[in-house]
Design a protein around this ligand. Structure first.
Ligand SMILES: *Cc1c(COP(=O)(O)O)cnc(C)c1O
Length: 369
C-alpha cells in the first residue's frame, strides 16, 4: 500500500476532493552538511534532498506534477502542454511523467543562455516523446500556443491540459504545501530540529508559496528566505500574493477545516542580490557556491537555481546574519538523478532545427559541466 501523504493524513477532506497521482518517492531525505557547515561557521546546516524524489528525473517539479497530472487525467485529457525556457527542468519533468501516465506532451519554449544542462534536458525531453517548439519571444509564443492548441485539436481531437510555467498553478503549489507537512513530520521524528531559516530558490514561486502556506498552517516558526533566480517581470509581489490567496482558497474550499492563513505584502522579502544579469546567466558567486558544495560535500548544484541560492546562504553566514547555532535548512530543488545513459545515443539533429544551436554554439563561459 502506498502511504498517505501527510497533508491528506491531516486533512482527509483534501484527499477526497483533490486529484493526486503517486509519482514521488517521499519523504525526501534530510542530510546534515557538516563539512560545508564548518566552512561557513554554522553548527546546524541541513539539506532537504528533493533531487532524488523522482526516477529518472527528480527535483521540485515532481511534487507539483503529482497534482497537476492527476487533474489532467481526471479531466480525461490525453495530452498536456507546458511552458518554459529551452532547458526548463519543469518542461522536462512534465514530459517524463506525462509519458509515465500515458499522456502526450507539448513543450512551448523560449530561448535561454546556453549551458550543458540545456542540451541534456532537451535530449531527455525528446527521449520521452515531447513535442518541442521554440519561439523567439513571448508574443510569438502566445500566438504559437493558440495555433498549436487548434492544430492539436484538429489532428487528434484530443483535449489538452495546459500547465503554466513552473507548474505554479494553485493545484501544483499544493505539492509544496504537502512538503511543509512532510518537514513537520521529520522534525517530530527528530531528523532535524525546527529550522530557524529555510533557503529556497524563487522562480515561478510555487515552491516558496507552497512552503509558506504549509508552515503557517502548521504554526511552524521557520522563516523562509527565497532567492530570486528569474527576472522581476516574471514573478513580482502581486503574483506571489495572488498565488498564495488562490491556493489557500482552493485548500479551504476543498476542506473547510484547512486554516484560512493570510499573507501581508510586508512579509514578502525576496533576496534580489544573487540573480546577476538574469535568468540562467551564471554568476561568479553562484559558481563559487557550486564549487564549494562539490569540493566539501560531493553535492552537485547548478548555475541557474541552487548555486545562486547557496551563494545567498553563504553570504548571510559570512556576514553574520545567521548565528552559529541557528538551524538552517537548504532546500535542494535540483534533480540529482543521472540520466546520461538514457540520452547518450540520441543525435541532436533529430530535434527540431530551432534547438540545434544549443549543441553547435559554445556554452556560457562560467559553465563547467
Ligand atoms: C523550477 C526550479 C526552481 C524554482 O521553483 P519555482 O517553484 O518555480 O519557484 C528551483 N530550482 C530548480 C532546480 C528548478 O528547476
Amino acid at each position: 500500500m502506498i502511504p498517505l501523504i501527510p497533508l491528506f493524513e491531516q486533512f482527509p477532506g483534501l484527499k477526497e476532493s483533490l486529484p493526486h497521482e503517486n509519482l514521488c518517492d517521499l519523504p525526501s531525505p534530510i542530510n546534515k552538511l557538516n563539512k560545508v557547515g564548518e566552512k561557513l561557521g554554522l553548527d546546524h546546516l541541513y539539506m532537504k534532498q528533493d533531487g532524488i524524489i523522482g526516477h529518472p528525473f527528480g527535483g521540485n517539479k515532481v511534487r507539483k506534477l503529482e497534482f497537476l497530472l492527476g487533474e489532467a487525467l481526471r479531466r480525461g485529457c490525453k495530452e498536456v502542454m507546458t511552458f518554459g525556457f529551452a532547458g526548463s527542468n519543469h518542461a522536462l519533468a512534465t514530459a517524463v511523467y506525462a509519458n509515465y501516465e500515458g499522456l502526450m506532451s507539448i513543450s512551448m519554449l523560449l530561448p535561454q543562455p546556453n549551458a550543458h544542462y540545456v542540451r541534456r534536458n532537451l535530449l531527455m525531453s525528446w527521449e520521452y516523446g515531447a513535442e518541442l517548439h521554440q519561439y523567439p519571444n513571448k508574443l510569438l509564443l502566445s500566438l504559437g500556443t493558440w495555433y498549436q492548441l487548434l492544430r492539436h485539436r484538429k489532428i487528434t481531437g484530443k483535449k489538452t491540459y495546459v500547465i503554466p510555467p513552473g507548474g505554479s498553478l494553485p493545484l501544483g503549489v499544493v505539492g509544496f504545501v504537502n512538503a511543509a507537512f512532510e518537514l513537520k513530520q521529520q522534525i517530530e521524528q527528530g531528523q532535524i530540529p525546527e529550522p530557524a531559516r529555510i533557503y529556497v530558490p524563487m522562480g515561478t514561486a510555487g515552491t516558496y508559496v507552497g512552503l509558506l502556506i504549509g508552515l503557517k498552517a502548521l504554526n511552524l516558526k521557520s522563516q523562509i528566505f527565497p532567492v530570486r533566480v528569474v527576472d522581476k517581470h516574471f514573478t513580482d509581489e502581486g503574483k506571489i500574493l495572488k498565488l498564495f490567496r488562490d491556493t489557500v482558497t482552493l485548500l479551504c474550499t476543498s476542506d473547510p477545516l484547512f486554516p484560512r492563513v493570510q499573507l501581508s505584502p510586508d512579509e514578502i522579502e525576496i533576496n534580489e542580490n544573487f540573480l546577476g544579469e538574469g535568468y540562467a546567466r551564471f554568476t561568479k558567486e553562484g559558481m563559487a557556491a557550486v564549487a564549494l558544495m562539490e569540493e566539501t560535500e560531493g553535492i552537485q548544484l547548478d548555475g541557474t537555481y541552487t548555486g545562486k541560492t547557496f551563494a545567498a546562504l553563504f553570504a548571510d553566514a559570512s556576514q553574520q546574519r545567521i548565528k552559529k547555532d541557528d538551524v538552517v535548512l537548504f532546500w535542494n530543488t535540483l534533480n540529482a538523478e543521472d540520466f546520461s545513459d538514457e540520452i547518450e545515443d540520441i543525435d541532436y539533429h533529430e530535434l527540431p532545427k530551432a534547438f540545434h544551436r544549443y549543441f553547435e554554439q559554445e556554452v556560457q563561459p562560467l559553465d563547467r559541466n
